[in-house]
Write a protein that binds this ligand. Structure first.
Ligand code: SF4
Ligand code: SF4
Length: 372
């Protein structure tokens, strides 16, 4: 396999370089007039301040429009109950973080509907653990996808970058649950239950049922088929994800399958991946507070190859020095060290890259082209 081209711009005047990146990648030739372009990003959890700056997103929107595309910015609802659990919560949080249709110049669509269940199934021929993936509806219907991803470390998959942004961020609740853990069944906490019966109404397998005489909810986890509907429907937090059942390798396999499933909707020329490798925090953008970055800002990586884009970003991370005062600095790790292993000793990135290669989604070998 030939090496894939990865564009790299250092962080100085990074906003200005976005246009050069688009020109070098010949995006104008690849977006056809009227193409609906999903720009997938994370609008930041409420209280977190180290997500992608809105001006980067606006720049990408404007460049897509200049190329003749019809862009929308998008993400999906979360499995956990913070400020992005439903479409309405998420739009409010996005607005508080600086993302509105007015500020961005295009619609902001939460792609998986009101409660995270709206999507279409795609079957995978080559997969590690998930045979089928439910792609969020608005992404499923798009002509072109741009992943505008904030590169960070991640406790479940090692890194949060293009693969994870596409996988976890472009699928519905059911697939999110399955990506986290093949065996995960929701947990029920009777003390928080308001007896609204929403779980009983949505559960397709009868795992949740109403015990009329006792006026209580019954739950039989063995009957659960992992659709995730009850997690989305429960208004009180009585139904949650048992996060301790999530295993790293299982999750890594899940996100690789998830990404492959979403990308199967788009021809290779209709995909573009941009990693913003700045504010590289030890956790992703999902916690409701931010930590110090672990390394100084490194720049922007962009490619039509999702694996090459993530691998190039990871390789430069390995070469980076520690950010003074950060978790990395405290662990006395720096240039040449595996930064993921330093923060998450149980995560083997070598294994992760092998799984990426086996997926056939992209190329681990790349050629870096500098954009000045
Ligand atoms: S995940 Fe789906 S099948 Fe399982 S209990 Fe919840 S609603 Fe029922
Ligand atoms: S949806 Fe939640 S609050 Fe409503 S009955 Fe089920 S567990 Fe209780």
């Amino acid at each position: 396999m030939n090496k894939s081209k990865v564009l790299f711009a250092n962080p100085k005047a990074a906003w200005q370089k976005m246009e050069k990146i688009f020109n070098r990648a010949k995006i104008k030739d690849k977006i056809e007039n009227g193409d609906i372009v999903a720009i997938k990003m994370h609008f930041g959890e409420l209280g977190n301040i180290r997500y992608i700056h809105p001006s980067f997103a606006r720049k990408v929107v404007d460049l897509v429009k200049e190329a003749g595309g019809r862009p929308f910015l998008t993400d999906t609802t979360t499995l956990y109950r913070h400020a992005r659990h439903t479409l309405l919560d998420y739009l409010e949080t996005a607005a508080k973080n600086g993302f509105t249709s007015e500020s961005m110049g295009c619609p902001i669509l939460i792609a998986d509907g009101l409660r995270g269940t709206s999507g279409q199934w795609v079957e995978l021929k080559n997969y590690h653990k998930l045979k089928r993936i439910k792609v969020a509806q608005a992404v499923f219907e798009s002509d072109f996808i741009i992943a505008l991803s904030h590169f960070t470390l991640h406790p479940g998959t090692g890194i949060g970058a293009s693969v994870k942004n596409i996988a976890m961020g472009c699928t519905t609740t059911e697939t999110k649950l399955a990506m986290h853990s093949s065996e995960a069944k929701p947990r029920y906490n009777e003390a928080k239950c308001r007896l609204c019966l929403a779980c009983v109404k949505v559960c397709p397998s009868g795992a949740f049922y109403y015990r009329k005489e006792e006026k209580k909810i019954g739950y039989v986890p063995e009957k659960c088929i992992g659709c995730g509907e009850c997690i989305a429907a429960c208004p009180s937090g009585a139904i949650t994800v048992p996060w301790e059942s999530v295993r790293v390798l299982d999750q890594q396999k899940g996100v690789i399958d998830g990404c492959a499933g979403v990308l199967s909707r788009f021809l290779p020329d209709k995909r573009f991946f941009i990693n913003i490798v700045m504010d590289v925090t030890p956790h992703c953008d999902c916690p409701s507070e931010s930590d110090l970055p672990v390394v100084p800002d490194l720049g922007i990586f962009a490619s039509h190859d999702v694996i090459a884009c993530d691998k190039a970003s990871f390789d430069l991370l390995t070469e980076a020095v520690a950010y003074p005062g950060s978790e990395m600095d405290k662990k006395k790790k720096g240039k040449g060290d595996d930064k993921v292993r330093a923060i998450y000793p149980e995560i083997d990135m070598q294994k992760y890259w092998e799984l990426c290669k086996e997926s056939g989604m992209g190329n681990l070998e790349y050629e870096l082209e500098r954009v000045d």
